[in-house]
Design a protein around this ligand. Structure first.
Ligand SMILES: [Zn+2]
Length: 287
């Protein structure tokens, strides 16, 4: 009888342990997918907002003439082989000058400027939509930063680089249509974007089994890394939280501009927005 009770107790213990293990595995799987659903998306569901263009936002009247109509444009971007029409192979420069420190803003225009020496960013840097173009020197600095990020066990993903004024025109129209009354802009008007300089990137990262959504990027591991280290490679966040009334833009933790290591470091130490800093020649003379 005692032997039976002992055996029964051992079996019950094993059954309990087994059920507990199954429950624990279920919890881990649930937490993983819940985490991925909340803040990330998978590679097979890359949202078009990373190209920042879809049929809900594109306005017929704002399409560049060469695009024809909205459905034609949307059809194009829904096919991989034609996405290159939007990102394009890198265009030739319209100037011999590199305006790395130009303080372009909502008042100051770049006109039709396209910087010299635009190159496709190296293949070892992950992107959502290849090819992306940057100025040669900036691409080299990004490559160095990306290597360090990879060594630290993180995965940076670049979602935007150089943008033509006419692509900016579409993005701006989309933004106006989507949020016509917002007090601070989220997209610069055409000819007023830092992306036109060929020195500026938008990024996300691959974490918790998916790409981090833009709305969650501020709380990502990658953003924490970039906040601490991007200036060491010459990159600085242009539009910071708390500076919205000065910059005119919402805080954009995903948007980094290359200005060189010494200026990026100096801006980071200052209380100023990047644009205020670049607008003041006194600061630049001290570099
Ligand atoms: Zn940007």
């Amino acid at each position: 009888m005692r032997t039976f009770q002992k055996t029964h107790a051992i079996v019950s213990l094993w059954v309990f342990c087994g059920l507990f293990l199954i429950f624990a595995i279920f919890l881990v799987i649930f937490a993983f997918f819940r985490g991925a659903d909340d803040s990330t998306f998978a590679s097979n569901e890359i949202p078009l907002h990373y190209l920042e263009l879809d049929e809900n936002y594109v306005d017929q009247d704002t399409l560049p003439l060469e695009m024809g109509n909205v459905s034609e444009a949307v059809n194009m971007i829904s096919q991989d082989e034609t996405r290159s029409l939007f990102q394009g192979s890198c265009p030739a420069g319209t100037s011999n000058f590199t305006y790395t420190l130009f303080h372009v803003n909502s008042q100051i225009s770049l006109g039709s400027y396209i910087p010299p020496r635009l190159v496709e960013i190296p293949a070892s840097i992950e992107t959502l939509y290849p090819p992306l173009c940057l100025q040669y020197e900036v691409a080299q600095q990004l490559l160095m930063m990306n290597d360090t990020i990879n060594d630290a066990g993180h995965r940076l993903v670049v979602t935007s680089g150089f943008r033509d004024p006419w692509i900016q025109d579409i993005l701006h129209a989309k933004s106006q249509k989507n949020s016509p009354t917002q007090s601070h802009a989220s997209v610069a008007p055409p000819q007023h974007s830092e992306h036109q300089l060929g020195t500026t990137i938008d990024v996300t990262s691959f974490e918790k089994g998916g790409y981090v959504r833009r709305i969650d990027f501020e709380n990502s591991t990658m953003y924490a890394w970039l906040s601490r280290h991007a200036h060491e490679y010459g990159f600085i966040q242009s539009y910071m939280q708390g500076q919205e009334s000065v910059t005119g833009y919402i805080a954009e933790p995903w948007h980094f501009r290359y200005v060189g290591v010494s200026i990026a470091t100096d801006v980071k130490k200052s209380e100023l927005s990047l644009n205020e800093y670049l607008a003041n020649d006194l600061f630049l003379e001290n570099i």
